[in-house]
Design a protein around this ligand. Sequence first.
Ligand SMILES: Cc1ncc(COP(=O)(O)O)c(C=O)c1O
Length: 483
Amino acid sequence: MTTIYDRGAPGRQAAALPSLARPEQEILAYIPAGLRRRERPRLPEVSQPELVRHYTHLSRLNYGVDTGFYPLGSCTMKHNPKLHEDLARLPAFAGLHPLLPEEEVQGALALLWELGEYLKGIAGMPGITLQPAAGAHGELTGMLLIKRYLEDRGELGTRTKILLPDSAHGTNPASAAMVGFQVVAVPSDGRGMVDMAALRTALGKDVAGIMLTVPNTLGIFEEDILEITRLAHEAGGLCYFDGANLNAYIGRARPGDMGADIFHFNLHKTFSTPHGGGGPGAGPVAVSEALVPYLPVPEIVREGDRFRLRWDKPKSIGRVHPYFGNFLVMVKALAYILTLGDEGFREVSAGAVLAANYLRVRLRGTYKVPYDRLCKHEFVLSGEGLPVRTLDIAKRLIDYGFHPPTIYFPLIVKEALMIEPTETEPKEVLDAFCEALVGIAGEARERPELLQRAPHNAPVRRLDEARAVREPVLRLLFDSPQA
Ligand SMILES: Cc1ncc(COP(=O)(O)O)c(C=O)c1O
């Protein structure tokens, strides 16, 4: 891999800087001696065209939602209107300092308050915090709320278990365990839904709550959802709904009406901020009446046409994020809500569900579909039965110009390929993706080695992905052999 240091030559410059207005020594005198560099920094010495070509080349090696279809189930990247990026970049938003006094940020507080009101309406729940910075952070906040609620009722010592269907998202059990709850798995039945008999057995006086991914990671909506929440409440537990998959039913159903006590949004999935890539996200949490006193501080309250921060909430779990959370993600979310409205949201969920079912039905003659029933926004295929592994199928898709779907998740499907097409792809793209997967299944039978060595046309071949995570090399060491 060529770095910027491999380009250019000594003395080349990408910018013409003005000459110093004062003698160098005079300027240096302002910097304490201990803070001054002893050697010149080793900066790349390149001309402007070399610089631009280097980074343009790197950007072309990347695959993103702006280059092609990105059917990564669960962590979906979908089209996010560029207008919202422009709005978030407006200096009045991007340049706001989080320490400005309340009276100078009334507009920003109004924006946050309004977003919170919309989200409460979408969830059908009376309380909200916008602070959490991601879905998993929302889950952690939700678990802390359950803990504080139980503490307040003197039940923390006895209610120690969180029930988790084995079709839940992976972050759910991690969040419950981080707060100290014991995680108890509830198996799925042959329909890919919660096994109701197993649930009834698991529910008892030691249960703090149940965490449901809705729809679950098979893309299936729990048909017994009302019975599940009724039983959990009857047993004295609370119901947590993971709302990262809200794009499957937004505008059509509300978690509050289904019995949710806690619900997290992934604004960076449902509400216009690209998911993934480590960028900022937001995981607001909506709650039922009983949990409102425990929500994080500060709360944004409206008094007439003014907004203020309320800190005097003695039962609050405290802060879960500095300042107000990831504000610019919220700017984009509000823009999305105002642009689409109820009718637009109904179109989003209809489009997401239609696209997923179209692919499922087109592909079921070629790949196994272990839970082959009407799905919501995503579905899961299995590569089982082919003479290659699912990893090989995923790598071969890169040669066909597609980002691979999520693989080996959910864990309850062997050789899983979890596909989420989203609502924004035209039929020709969905068709081309199907044709690629059908072609790959044929290649797998006739020339399996072709898949096992794929990708053939990508900038890099098979990577040791585990090593890249465990031993990341993130900077250039000038004096090492790799320099
Ligand atoms: C169903 C579900 N729950 C939770 C999460 C966690 O969200 P985050 O990645 O923002 O922490 C995801 C992530 O994609 C998800 O798909």
